[in-house]
Design a protein around this ligand. Structure first.
Ligand code: AMP
Length: 278
């Protein structure tokens, strides 16, 4: 496995592989890899000749007071996992190599980004779109794989790719969970035992939404309130509980098959998200 640390070297590698007629798949991550990330790598390998995993904790997608400084990092372990998974290139640039001190250009998606996580994390998707656009320009992938765990992110990226004509196919892979239902996340390592137990409230709340649909409940707002109570009873501080149209992220008045139930809540200081499409 090759480790590449600068955009220029990354572009040179990709130029060669593309000239040789190979297809490149990209898996963008912030590292501290877990089984969710590795499932994306396997999906990527099935879709291309070469897999590039990018590891970059992107400062511009964290707001002031968020967890950029304490975001879990273990590049040596990530490297070993990538090696074992048959990744061809681990692209791990330093922030100084990605952003010039006077960088003044950004990519802003202006509709989907306003909702859900975008409402509680202003500027988050501006940072995400900008860094993903940059990573696409470095890696020049034919296909990029994202996780349904970040459902809104995947939608925003798809929209960006469509609107700006990036020649990249976007694949979205299912959420990988712990045996007890907690969605795998790099941030889970920061949970105390009590917070880890409380965090199960998220997947439990999603289960309640599925049960409500199965029972024939149709009032999305009543279900939303029920889920909020479940998060609170679990010891979580709700950021949002939303029942929305899967494509537009507009609030859905009726609980119906195909709507997206999206949750964000704090366990202590750690913000967790989860979702399911009913
Ligand atoms: P992150 O490193 O958290 O920014 O995530 C990098 C990519 O992995 C994103 O596309 C995430 O949606 C995806 N991902 C994170 N956790 C999971 C999970 N539990 N299951 C599937 N994909 C995931």
């Amino acid at each position: 496995m090759k480790i590449i640390t600068t955009p220029r070297d990354m572009q040179a590698w990709s130029r060669q592989r593309l000239a040789a007629g190979e297809r490149i798949a990209c898996v963008p991550t912030m590292g501290y890899l877990h089984e969710g990330h590795l499932s994306l790598v396997r999906r990527a390998r099935a879709a291309a000749d070469r897999v590039v995993l990018t590891l970059f904790v992107n400062p511009t997608q964290f707001g002031p007071g968020e967890d950029y400084a304490v975001y879990p990092r273990d590049p040596a372990r990530d490297q070993a996992l990538c090696e074992a998974e048959g990744v061809d290139v681990l692209f791990m640039p330093a922030a100084a190599d990605m952003y010039a001190p006077d960088a003044s250009t950004a990519v802003v998606e202006e509709a989907l980004s306003r909702r859900l996580c975008g409402a509680s994390r202003p500027g988050h998707f501006r940072g995400v779109c900008t860094v993903v656009a940059k990573l696409f320009n470095c890696v020049r992938p034919d296909v990029a794989v994202f996780g349904q765990k970040d459902a809104q992110q995947a939608l925003v990226i798809r929209r960006m790719v469509r609107d700006l004509d990036f020649p990249v196919e976007i694949v979205v892979a299912p959420i990988v969970r712990e045996p007890d239902g907690l969605a795998k996340s790099s941030r889970n390592v920061r949970l105390s035992p009590a917070e880890r137990a409380a965090a199960l409230g998220l997947s439990r709340a999603l289960g309640l939404a599925r049960e409500a649909l199965a029972r024939g409940e149709r009032d999305a707002d009543a279900v939303r309130r029920r889920l909020e109570r479940e998060l609170a009873a679990s010891g979580l501080r709700t950021d949002y509980v939303e029942i929305v149209d899967t494509r537009t992220l507009e609030p859905a008045p009726l609980l119906a098959p195909g709507v997206l139930v999206a949750l964000a809540a704090f366990a202590g200081r750690t913000r967790l998200i989860d979702n399911c499409e009913l």
